[in-house]
Ligand binder design. Sequence first.
Ligand code: GLA
Length: 737
Amino acid sequence: MSRCKMIALSSAGILASVVTSPAAGEVRYDPASRVFRLTGGDTEYDIAIDEQGYLRPAYWGKALDAATPITLPLLPAPPVIGAMDPPSSVTAQEYAGQGGGIVTEPGIKVAFADGNRDLVLKYRSHRIAGETLTIELADISRPFTVTLRYTVDPATGIVGRSATARNDGKAPVRIDQIAAATLTLPYRPGYRLSYLAGRQLAEFGFAQQDVGPALAVLESRRGGTSNHMSPWFAIDQKGVSDEEHGPVWFGTLGWSGSWRISVGTDLIGRVRIAGGYNPYDFSWQLRPGETLETPIFYVGYSDDGMGGASRLQHRFQIAGILPGNGRPKVRPVLYNSWEATEFAIDEAGQIALAEKAARIGVERFVMDDGWFGKRDSDRAGLGDWTPSRTKFPNGLGPLIDRVHKLGMEFGLWVEPEMVNPDSDLYRAHPDWVINFTGRPRTESRNQLTLNLARADVRDHVLKVLDELLTTNDIQYLKWDYNRSFSEPGWPEQPVADQQRLYVDYTRNLYHILAELKKRHPRVEIESCSSGGGRVDLGILRYTNQVWTSDNTDAFDRLTIQDGFTHAFTPAIMMAWTTDVPNWATGRTVDLSYRFLSAMQGGLGVGNNLNKWGAADFDVATRMIADYKTIRETVQTGALYRLARPGDGGPTVDTLYVADDKRQAILFHMLQNYQARDDVPAIRLRGLDPDRRYTVRLAGGGKLPDGIPASALGSRWMSQGVTIPLRGDFKGAALIFE
Ligand code: GLA
């Protein structure tokens, strides 16, 4: 809670909060220096109003001494500036309009109806309410304002930033570009950008490059979040920062439509970051009296390296983003037969699998694609959400009842935003898809995208899902989204409003999800998009978990999961064991290795259980039983990357420590052993040095020689533990308690 003791009118006539003492998680304004200070956790974010009324970025980093006032200029201009370098671009604004000659990335770019495209924003007023600061900026002559909103999380110092444009004039204003936030870091040598890029089957690839004058653009132009890039960035300092030390600035967008984050240095080497709606193909007609609000850009800072940054983000997402009011439920162990059976499903086959799944300890049985309409392949049926009469002659009831009797929840796959041209829905409403009149409609996986931006389509999708959940006792939906936009037209709208598609589509998606959550509060939802194509802090407000990747190869997954957890908590990261050779990679690894890889997030089983022998059932039963004893720590504890994929060593070592430090799990995954390899000790982190920890192997079995059955935390952290694995693709998990 903030400690605002009174509200006073400052000398400038500004409504400002006067604060008596600093505390974690608060917003303060000092009317003398005209500086706002936002503090939370160990982080501080400061903004200043300069003598001309421009809002300036002042500081972003480790919390400063609260008693010492901050004075301007915080980011002084260099002593000599050439005539070619406009002063308006040399001195960064906190959020600039495109105008006044700036040549850097603006926060917002507009065109007034008379052709004027010059927007110069200055401070007008502000308001502090608890942990939220709003600052109103107004154009120097026209009735156009932008309100910046900042909410600081007391525990982590992560600041949620967004902007709202308002047209108080008499004619419409076209917005061509609007960021949630722009950010500036002072000049320092060695800035390095980290980001996540890949594709379907290889999402969340961790990549790095130097930050320099060539702008780095992370983005999706596809209408959705994308498997190609994640709306996340981190910046650290080469030679200063590492996995556990040094400065890291980071940010993640809360948006599931087209987005962009750009990072580069300006004329004088300061880092400029902008993030929000993707300006690509963006245009918004703002009529008199209307507002346009951006998504939230969640930005933060860690002084403890990339690992520290990840842990802050995980904590923040669990407490502040995921459904569950700060205490999301642990992920149940699920079974899904997609890889085992694909579209070849029916009532008897699913019941046979459910019976076997229940035996090994599965808690949620999920029926994937193929249960509805004429869905015998991916060529037909999307849009017709009634059970197939041949596969389920008595509806879903008998299967659902059986699953419940077996003590499991029942879950169902849906892809509500899509339609196959070969479907009753499309035959009835060919105009419901995103399209340009008279132009080809590019299909992808034989499907088209319903235009969710249309109110009638939105209402239809909501009604169908509501009925599905009302008439069937369903606990979980796997919500899929398997293509990107193409021909992004919305012909029914006036031309000036057609490009609202990108924003209205996503807002309506959120509306449907929110409404379903309200009407069916116990139903959980997984966000899936050909794997991990829709993972962002927007969708995560409405969904409880995500499908990380269609690539279920246990070894590839270690790399995907490593990238994923840089930005997102393992509390949502679903991973299945599946059959070998793996369909995506052809690789064969043993079942316990597959379990140990999948147990590092939310565990699922995707094998064809009809093909399993007694030994497989035994491994699975033991692993699942042990997983249930560690999952809370894995999903909500502190994650330490002790050895990463691509580090050069033969192993990937990942440690999860419970918040109360009473449990820790070390996953040790060996890629391949060579006789010349020495086996290095793995030193743990984050334990209580004075507490004694006993150790056991996940899945049972005798501890390897040389590992004491118990020792003090200090010993595990200083001397470490040596796990003598040999062979290729072997794994072990040690559970410390
Ligand atoms: C997508 C999902 C898969 C599966 C199929 C079903 O590819 O990512 O997990 O559900 O659709 O068609």
